[in-house]
Design a protein around this ligand. Structure first.
Ligand code: SF4
Ligand code: SF4
Ligand code: SF4
Length: 277
């Protein structure tokens, strides 16, 4: 019974993903969905279980298991564009497949439950950026977030143009845009991280997906909460936060609250165990 209670988090997450896996498998009559969401659910549940056991690389393991699977298997081998262009592409095609399902689960409705867990545990762009040494942002946050909205609009215009101009062989264009887009993301992400000494600079200023992620994660069920009685205002939590969140404020309107990637760095570094997710 105690074991069940101890691992209730991983078990609940596994149950959520299995429900999605079985529902999509049966409704769409496609075994791929059973495999896909079971794999992702098992990877996340494994990471959460390792985290419960205080294994320090738990998050990185999930990030690699899910990120590499999506990048190499879905993106390169299965030629699915899982970037935002792929989402627009399938949406405009009127097909509820691959990228549209991925976006619905991980980036649009899922964040109501697990916030920006995608960004902390699964994104293949951050999977590489998190290998860089600038885990704690050195400088103050810049006021450049408008770039994300520009990128969002550009991705929309790019795919809409393919349909309006009736361009042939969109599938192939989508595949190549996935390859080129990812290479550009990595190049810009690494350049920004090195210049600003901040691994997550790309997430803060450039990534268009945040236009979906931020408003939905505002209502997230899972979030960092502080026990103000225990806090001694030492400020350690804010120093280690890669996303400049003010987690010492419990309000949903906390500074950079919708930037939290649930990495738990603040929770692990609080000397008073005043924070929990
Ligand atoms: S903000 Fe974008 S690049 Fe960063 S982790 Fe989230 S989805 Fe990935
Ligand atoms: S690290 Fe803990 S004790 Fe220190 S300010 Fe943050 S919540 Fe409070
Ligand atoms: S350090 Fe805490 S507040 Fe900052 S992103 Fe990670 S979990 Fe969220």
């Amino acid at each position: 019974m105690n074991v069940l209670k101890k691992y209730s988090g991983p078990l609940i997450m596994l149950a959520v993903f299995e429900s999605v896996a079985v529902t999509l498998w049966l409704t769409k009559d496609n075994l791929f969905y059973l495999f896909n969401f079971s794999y992702i659910g098992c990877s996340i549940a494994l990471g959460l279980a390792l985290y419960t056991r205080k294994y320090k690389h738990a998050r990185r393991i999930v990030q690699l298991l899910v990120g590499l699977y999506m990048l190499l298997y879905l993106g390169l081998l299965s030629r699915e564009n899982m970037q935002i262009e792929g989402f627009w592409y399938y949406l405009f095609s009127g097909v509820f497949e691959a990228a549209t399902i991925h976006y619905a689960v991980a980036k649009i409705f899922g964040p109501l439950l697990f916030g920006r867990g995608w960004c902390g545990y699964a994104c293949w762009t951050a999977m590489i950026l998190d290998l860089l040494p600038y885990k704690r942002p050195a400088a103050h946050r810049k006021n450049w977030s408008f770039i994300r909205c520009v990128m969002f609009l550009l991705s929309f215009i790019f795919v809409a143009s393919l349909f309006i101009l009736n361009i042939a062989d969109k599938e192939s264009i989508m595949f190549w845009s996935f390859l080129v887009g990812n290479l550009l993301y990595y190049a810009v992400g690494i350049l920004l991280a090195v210049t600003l000494k901040d691994n997550r600079a790309f997430c803060k200023y450039i990534c268009p997906v945040t236009v979906f992620l931020k408003p939905m994660s505002y209502y997230s069920l899972m979030r960092v909460k502080i026990d103000e009685e225990k806090c001694i205002s030492c400020g350690k939590c804010k120093k280690v936060c890669p996303m400049n969140v003010d987690m010492t404020d419990n309000a949903r309107t906390r500074v950079n609250g919708t930037e939290c990637i649930l990495c738990a760095e603040c929770v692990e570094n609080c000397p008073r165990q005043a924070l929990k997710i």
